[in-house]
Design a protein around this ligand. Structure first.
Ligand SMILES: [Cu+2]
Length: 380
C-alpha cells in the first residue's frame, strides 16, 4: 500500500516535471521555431498566389532573395563585385542636390539623406525602404550586370556576436570586418529631436579586413547625425574610411524573441511600425549593432551592409503581411513626417513615395506588395 502510494507520488512528480520542461527550454529556440512557422505560412501564401498567374509576377519570373550566409561563395563574390561596380559608376546626382556624390552608389546614400526626415518614424518607413532596396537591387542588376537577388542579413543568426556573422566576419565573402579596435567613448547622435549616447562597441575604427576596407572603399557622404558633421548637410564630399563598431548590446535586440514579438504583437501597421522602429527594437538593433555609419540614420546606406539589414527589415514586413495578407497588405497609418513633426497629411494608398533621383515617384499602393506593382520578389 505504502509502496503504491509512493510510486503514484513519483509518477505525478514526473508528470509535473514534464509540464515544467517547456519553460526550461531555450526561449530563443522556441521563438525561432515559431518564426519558421510564420515564414512557411508566408511562403505558402506567395506560392499559392502566383501559381495560377500567367502574366505579371509569376512563379517563373519571381526573384528569390536569400540570406547572405546561404549564398554560395561565388554568389557572394558576384554581389560584392556588383557593389564595387556601382561604387565606380558615374554619379547622376551631383547637380541634383547631392554635390558630394562620386558614384551611383553615393546617389543612393544621398537620396536616403534627402528623404530621411519623411521616411523614418512615419507611415512611409516600410514603403519607402521596400522601394529603395528594390531600386538598389535593380541598379545592381541593370547597371552592373548582377544576376542574383538582393540578399538579406538574418540578424537572429548572429545576435549574440555579430562579428561571427557571415556578413561581418572579414572573409573575402563577407561585407568586410568589424572596425579596428580603437579606444573611444560614446557617440552622441542627434536626429528627429532625439539626443542619444550610444555606448562604444567592440571596434570603432576603419573596417580592417575583407571587402570595403580602407584600401578598397572610400565613403563620400555624411555624417549627418554625429560629429564631425559632413559639409552641405551631409551631401557634400567628405572622403574617409568606412568605420564599424559591432556591438552585441544592440544586436541583442534582434534576437529571435524580439523578432517574434514584433511579428505577433500587432494587427495594424501603425502598431507594427512602432515596435520595429522603437529604439530597443530590431531596426535600431541592426543599425546600432553595426555601429559606425550604422549609427547615422541619414547617411547609413554608405555602408554596404545597410542594404542587407534593410532586406531583413523588409522581410519582417513581408512575413507580417503574409500572416493575414487580405487584411494587412494594403494597410496605412501615421503621416509622412518623422513623429509627425512638422505635422503632415495622413499617409494613404495614394500618397507618393519619393525616391528622389534614384527612381520615379510611386504610390504607397504600388509598393505595398512584393508580388504586385513594379515588384516581383520573395524571401526564401
Ligand atoms: Cu532609412
Amino acid at each position: 500500500m505504502k509502496f503504491q502510494y509512493l510510486s503514484a507520488c513519483l509518477a505525478s512528480l514526473a508528470a509535473v516535471s514534464n509540464v515544467n520542461a517547456a519553460p526550461h527550454k531555450d526561449p530563443e529556440a522556441i521563438a525561432t521555431k515559431q518564426i519558421n512557422q510564420m515564414d512557411a505560412k508566408y511562403k505558402q501564401y506567395i506560392q499559392d498566389t502566383i501559381k495560377t498567374r500567367k502574366t505579371g509576377c509569376t512563379s517563373k519570373n519571381i526573384i528569390k532573395r536569400q540570406e547572405w550566409g546561404s549564398l554560395s561563395k561565388p554568389e557572394r563574390k558576384s554581389y560584392i563585385d556588383a557593389v564595387y561596380c556601382l561604387q565606380k559608376k558615374a554619379p547622376q546626382g551631383r547637380n541634383k542636390g547631392i554635390p558630394g556624390s562620386q558614384s551611383r552608389f553615393d546617389d543612393f546614400a544621398g537620396t536616403h539623406i534627402q528623404q530621411a526626415p519623411f521616411v523614418h518614424f512615419s507611415g512611409l518607413f516600410f514603403h519607402f525602404h521596400r522601394y529603395f532596396v528594390w531600386l538598389y537591387e535593380k541598379a545592381l542588376r541593370e547597371e552592373c550586370g548582377y544576376k542574383g537577388a538582393q540578399p538579406y542579413w538574418d540578424w537572429t543568426l548572429s545576435w549574440k556576436d555579430p562579428s561571427k556573422s557571415t556578413v561581418f566576419d572579414g572573409s573575402p565573402y563577407s561585407l568586410g570586418s568589424n572596425g579596428k579596435k580603437v579606444p573611444h567613448g560614446p557617440t552622441t547622435i542627434r536626429a528627429y529631436g532625439i539626443v542619444m549616447d550610444i555606448p562604444p562597441g567592440t571596434g570603432g575604427g576603419c573596417v580592417e579586413k575583407g571587402p570595403f576596407s580602407q584600401d578598397k572603399y572610400t565613403l563620400s557622404l555624411g555624417p549627418n547625425v554625429f560629429e564631425p558633421y559632413g559639409p552641405d548637410g551631409g551631401l557634400g564630399y567628405n572622403p574617409r574610411c568606412l568605420k564599424r563598431d559591432l556591438n552585441p548590446y544592440w544586436t541583442n535586440n534582434t534576437r529571435p524573441a524580439k523578432v517574434l514579438e514584433a511579428l505577433t504583437a500587432c494587427q495594424d501597421i501603425g502598431c507594427f511600425d512602432t515596435i520595429v522602429e522603437s529604439l530597443d527594437g530590431t531596426h535600431a538593433g541592426g543599425h546600432f549593432g553595426q555601429g559606425g555609419m550604422g549609427l547615422d540614420t541619414f547617411a547609413s546606406p554608405g555602408d554596404p551592409a545597410f542594404w542587407l539589414h534593410h532586406g531583413q527589415v523588409d522581410r519582417m514586413w513581408s512575413l507580417w503581411q503574409g500572416q493575414n495578407p487580405r487584411n494587412r497588405t494594403l494597410q496605412t497609418a501615421q503621416t509622412g513626417t518623422a513623429f509627425n513633426n512638422p505635422p503632415s497629411a495622413n499617409v494613404t494608398l495614394n500618397t507618393l513615395v519619393d525616391a528622389g533621383i534614384v527612381g520615379e515617384k510611386k504610390s504607397v499602393k504600388d509598393v505595398s506588395s512584393t508580388i504586385d506593382g513594379p515588384f516581383c520578389y520573395m524571401y526564401v
